[in-house]
Design a protein around this ligand. Structure first.
Ligand code: SER
Length: 596
């Protein structure tokens, strides 16, 4: 087995697919663009959804990348051997280009060739789709694996539950997949032992999705106009498996981060179960926080959406740092280690270094003020509690007065053998939200897979408004911080230091409506980032040198880098109206607007 590092694996992956004619594209932001269904980019394919649905990608039909991803559904599991809230996904895509007969031999080559991972074919097992009413049994993939040299008894036919990749949101591109596993050599757990059981004999390292369907809102599967391939290999997990480590936290990825934690606390990884768990939690949560704050569209702590997840991560990290006797204000030492380790691959971390360190210090300080008193309050609660359930009212007080995220109260309660009345907490929270008008916004239908005419028009209106804001506010730095579009409205966050006046709001509406009335054609051109910049296009310039992007031009009014899709002419949009202009976070304003 090759003893490769994370850096070597990233490079090996990109080189392999570049050799097979793939364009190497940059990781997209962790904050999804125009997608209200999820808070973070959860898989390599997520930013590519529009292209999997048929939109043309400027870099071509064969793409490869290393994508930063955040999945926070299992925050509470972090601390065990395998869970992480941040991970990197190595991926390659065919956008209506090659399909199974190319992908399976390539997968075999990458896994077994001595030039690449050099795994012993005898140690590989694969699974393919068993077939059901939506999609036939995947005999073709099984045959292709057999032709490569995988014995039939190492090819497992599994149902949708195991061998189907579903969309990130509610609707979107999906299809049967073929997964690849390392057989650890452990004995079979039972006669039916397969990669579907979690006995630990088979460890998944790669997933080839044959994306041929679009899952509709009604739950049906309609064939896509193009057949795609979407593959994903988790970087941390693969390193762990390749090196035969028992935990991802023991790979080279975590070594400097854990080293930093050990240097500021008085516990060592491995000295006890509690210490190991706490160190993993601090390592994971600080790493994820650094990536969220340091992202090109980075967010800060708040009580809603991504900002709330960030707050939960940091506050949980602070709590566990205490158990390692890490002095207050020292999490930044861990954050520095993360930035140092990743800044070559993700230069935005170095660019946003001060913001990352500043926000982590600030949140630590904010929480520090209330944590001790909050813990005292919690202990008091436990002592006087009748029954085994902490009331909604008490947990809301912990949240509101002491800044304890509800998840933290639940976790603390669990440690004391107690429960929390979450329903009542939610009621109290909801009342508070109504009063303060600053709510946790629910996730809407829609998202990247939503190409309905309404969302397309709202997307075009967003460009016109972005430009109008720069003109009316006379501020070239009134830049997009986030965009979120549903069937009903657009929502746009931008950097600006103060509230807009009613006159300014009217003026922006007027300019946008004039641009709509002018009914100009909307054109799309592909060019390199440098060319786009030279033409004065606005947008995020995080793509690599020479990488191609799409630039949408709306007459002489607006020019913006964007993935699309857009209306054909501005005249299609209807009447534009701003419903609300409010604060989003420090230095960021939020506008909600509709088309009527
Ligand atoms: N979408 C698939 C996954 O995330 C393959 O990239 O596993």
């Amino acid at each position: 087995m090759k003893n490769i590092t994370a850096n070597e694996l990233r490079k090996m992956w990109l080189d392999f697919f570049a050799e097979k004619g793939h364009a190497v594209i940059s990781s997209a932001s962790l904050i999804p663009e125009n997608d209200p269904t999820v808070l973070f980019t959860t898989a390599g394919m997520h930013p590519l959804v529009p292209y999997l649905l048929g939109e043309k990608h400027p870099a071509g039909t064969r793409l490869t990348d290393v994508q930063k991803c955040v999945r926070t559904g299992d925050i509470d599991e972090v601390g065990d051997n395998s869970h992480c809230t941040f991970f990197e996904m190595l991926g390659n895509w065919s956008l209506g280009d090659y399909f199974k007969k190319e992908m399976i031999p390539w997968s075999y080559e990458f896994l077994t060739s001595p030039k690449y991972l050099g795994l012993d074919p005898e140690r590989l097992a694969v699974s393919v789709f068993a077939g059901d009413e939506d999609c036939p049994r995947d005999e073709e993939s099984a045959r292709l694996w057999e032709e490569q040299g995988i014995a039939r008894d190492r090819i497992f036919f599994l149902p949708k539950e195991n061998n189907w990749w579903g969309p990130a949101g509610i609707t979107g591109p999906c299809g049967p997949d073929s997964e690849m596993f390392i057989d650890t050599g452990k004995p079979k757990c039972c006669d039916e032992c397969s990669p579907a059981c979690d006995c630990g004999k088979y460890l998944e390292i790669w997933n080839d999705v044959f994306m041929q369907f679009n899952k509709t809102a009604e739950g049906t599967y309609e064939p896509l106009q193009q057949k795609n391939v979407d593959t994903g290999m988790g970087l941390e997990r693969t390193l762990c498996t390749l090196h035969g480590k028992k935990s991802v936290y023991e790979t080279d990825v975590f070594a400097p981060i854990i080293g930093a934690i050990e240097s500021i606390g008085d516990k060592k990884y491995g000295e006890s179960e509690e210490a190991t768990r706490a160190i993993r939690i601090v390592a994971d949560h600080v790493r994820t926080s650094v990536f969220i704050i340091g992202d090109e569209k980075g967010v800060l702590c708040s009580n809603v959406d991504q900002g709330y997840i960030l707050r939960r991560l940091l506050r949980r990290a602070v709590r566990y740092a205490k158990s390692l006797n890490i002095p207050t204000g020292k999490l930044s030492v861990v954050a520095e280690a993360v930035i140092d380790e990743y800044k070559e691959v993700y230069p935005e971390l170095a660019v946003n270094h001060d913001r990352v360190i500043g926000e982590i210090n600030a949140e630590e300080e904010r929480f520090e003020k209330t944590l001790t008193n909050g813990m005292r309050e919690f202990e008091k609660l436990c002592n006087y509690l009748v029954g085994d359930t902490i009331s909604g009212k008490a947990s809301f007080k912990l949240f509101d007065t002491y800044g304890f995220p509800i998840e933290m109260t639940i976790e603390l309660a669990r440690e004391h053998g107690l429960k929390v009345n979450v329903d009542d907490f939610n009621k109290a929270f909801e009342e508070h939200r109504k009063k303060s008008q600053a709510g946790a916004e629910q996730k809407f239908k829609g998202g990247l897979a939503d190409h309905s005419e309404t969302t397309t028009r709202l997307h075009t209106a967003t460009h016109l408004m972005h430009k109008a804001l720069k003109i009316v506010l006379n501020d070239e730095n009134a830049n997009q911080k986030g965009s979120n579009i549903t069937e009903e409205r657009l929502r746009f966050d931008f950097t600006f230091p103060r509230a807009m006046t009613p006159e300014e709001v009217k003026e922006v509406e007027k300019l946008v409506n004039e641009a709509i009335a002018a009914d100009v054609e909307i054109t799309c051109e592909e060019m390199t980032v440098e060319e786009a910049k030279a033409q004065g296009a606005v947008g995020l310039f995080t793509a690599k040198y020479g990488e191609k992007v799409k630039v949408y031009t709306m007459g002489t009014f607006s020019k913006e880098i964007c993935g699309g899709p857009h209306a054909k002419r501005t005249g299609e949009l209807g009447h534009f109206r701003i419903v609300k202009e409010q604060s989003s976070s420090a230095g960021v304003r939020r506008i909600k607007a509709v088309l009527e």
